[in-house]
Design a protein around this ligand. Structure first.
Ligand code: 5PA
Length: 334
């Protein structure tokens, strides 16, 4: 089944940035504590820069950019964006120029990913406005006038081409399940721009798998996430040339909100979750995405949505620099 999916994906240009299957590890201490069979997929170890889920999307996005002769990549996100930093570094590695248009105040402290951006000499334009897209378009036009060709990647790489990365990840998980001799009831992950959610959901659907993909909304990064994810699934299926039988209601029923008030807000529960997972299993989560997602997983287990004994795969999507971007906030709870 995964072979069929891989064959469908084979015609899309992809650059090899990872080069291996990320490990799936069993988490014995947290399994016992939660009364489920808990595994983690280490997509925080995707082999370039700070790793994380974006690398899978970038294999296709940068493959697309290179095959069409682009020489520059422009993308966006918040000043703490994991996606933006990884995109810029991966682009550089492939010999492309990179430029980031980040949402933040001009005097934003140089920490976390923003420090990494600066350290690597990545060109950053800070924009103190809700939407950074007009600035990205402007910069692309300016570059065009200078004879350059700029490829614009949306927030989180959440385009149909980027989503192919997580369709492929679903096939990878399926192969690993077969090797491990388990079938996951649930795959749980942090949902922000929705590309990971769309890709995994479509991938498992195309493999006729019973595995349910659960997204944890980490505080409404995007409004109307179920609709956006559903549209992205439709566009990605269209790109691949296949049909799915998913509905927007299915997406909404598999999306749970654990934002603790708003995107980016760090609370005591978030910090306690980082501490718990670190102390029990030696795995570090981040305060913006993965700790909220893991808190959601624990709560869904407590309230019975995830039944006792279920086989659950948590996808660790990376993001560790968030701890250092928000060190002051983190210190409040130590
Ligand atoms: C992000 C997103 P999706 O965007 O695919 O839904 O993934 C959510 C997510 N985990 C999960 C981590 C560590 C993430 O960084 N990050 C964004 C970024 O700019 O970094 C897109 C918001």
């Amino acid at each position: 089944m995964s072979l069929k999916l891989k064959t469908l994906l084979a015609r899309f240009p992809r650059v090899e940035l990872i080069g291996f299957q990320t490990p799936i590890q069993y988490l014995p201490n947290l399994s016992q504590r939660l009364g489920i069979e808990l595994y983690v997929k280490r997509d925080d170890l995707t082999g370039i820069a700070i790793g994380g889920n974006k690398v899978r999307k970038l294999e296709y996005l940068l493959g697309d950019a290179l095959s069409k002769g682009y020489d520059t990549v422009i993308t966006t996100g918040a000043v703490h964006s994991n996606h933006a930093f990884v995109t810029a570094l991966a682009a550089k590695k492939l010999g492309l120029n990179a430029l980031l248009v980040l949402r933040g105040k001009k005097d934003a402290p140089v920490k976390g990913n923003y420090l990494l951006d600066k350290l690597m000499g990545i060109e950053v334009i800070l924009v103190d406005a809700k939407s950074t897209y007009p600035v990205m378009e402007e910069v692309a036009e300016e570059l065009k006038a200078k004879g350059k060709k700029a490829y614009i990647i949306p927030v989180g790489g959440a385009s149909p081409v980027g989503t192919l990365g997580y369709v492929r990840a679903a096939a990878e998980i399926w192969e690993q399940e077969t090797a491990l001799g388990v079938e996951f009831d649930y795959v749980v992950h942090a949902a922000g721009s929705g590309g990971t959610f769309a890709g995994l959901t479509l991938g498992f659907n195309l493999m006729d798998s019973k595995t349910e993909v659960i997204g944890i909304d980490v505080g409404g990064l995007l409004k109307g996430l179920p609709e956006k994810v559903f549209n992205l699934i439709g566009e990605t299926a269209g790109l691949i040339g296949c049909v799915h039988n998913l509905t927007e209601n299915h997406i909404a029923a598999h999306l749970f909100e654990y934002g603790f008030g708003e995107y980016g807000r760090i609370t005591k529960e978030v910090i306690e979750t980082i501490r718990l997972v670190g102390a029990e299993e030696g795995i570090i989560l981040d305060p913006i995405y993965t700790a909220k997602a893991f808190y959601g997983l624990m709560d869904l287990t407590r309230n019975g949505k995830i039944a006792p004994g279920s086989k659950v795969l948590f996808v660790h999507t990376g993001g560790m620099p968030g701890i250092f971007q928000y060190d002051e906030k983190v210190r409040e709870f130590i």
